[in-house]
Write a protein that binds this ligand. Sequence first.
Ligand SMILES: *[C@@H]1O[C@H](CO)[C@@H](O)[C@H](O)[C@H]1NC(C)=O
Length: 256
Amino acid sequence: MKLLQAVILAASVSFGAARTFTVFNGCPFTMWPAMFTGVGAAPDFATGWEAAEFTAVSFTVPDNWEAGRIWGRRDCDFSTNPGPNSCLDGGCNGGLVCDPVTGTGVPPATLAEFTLSTNPSIPDNYDVSLVDGYNLPMSITTNVGCPVASCPVDLGPDCPAPLIGPFDSTGFPVGCKSACDANLSGNPANSPNCCSGQFNTPATCPNSGVEFYSYFKDNCPDAYAYAFDESSGTALWTCASTLAADYTVTFCPPPA
Ligand SMILES: *[C@@H]1O[C@H](CO)[C@@H](O)[C@H](O)[C@H]1NC(C)=O
């Protein structure tokens, strides 16, 4: 009997384990969350949905979810030609439901990024990334007290002039582009803003070479603000995989 219980327990740990993710829209307006899986098994949930203000959804995610990302889309209209341009930012191939293979978000878009682990010696990794620019404030929290990853500030209104936009119909900025996506250097294939070409290592792409890095990092110190931001010590976050954390992604979290 003991052995049978042990076998059943082992089986449930190996095959039944999953994490619960909750995505909450704390913004005082409708937005459209989206989800993409870079490697392996995907969550058994839609890759895009409409979220009215102050509503949440929960779903399970494989406990080895890899290169997973969740982001928000603003000012969408899927009634004609559903696709990447159906939203002012964050839109994807597919329209409301993002294509599972090609449906990443159109920048600028704040991203919640995850690589979970089932190996006890390798932690979960997660971050709130501004590498593709900013379009909504966001936080990642856990139910086990692991560090909060966040960009809780609206980076649109004070965004530096070369990066600001797109704008909604009232002229309000609903995004702030990265210096890379804004093509400030004029050559995205070999640019210190993109950490590309001859600047493609942490040593050759220091944050001091990324234009407007400090605008993003000073306002959102616990976000991942450029391609090699690990060295800041407050970009990439970990949570022991043995804790099997559940995660909440909150759009427009309360100010820190
Ligand atoms: C970036 O800017 C350069 C110089 O203006 C232009 O030639 C190039 O096409 C731009 N690249 C992209 C991807 O927009």
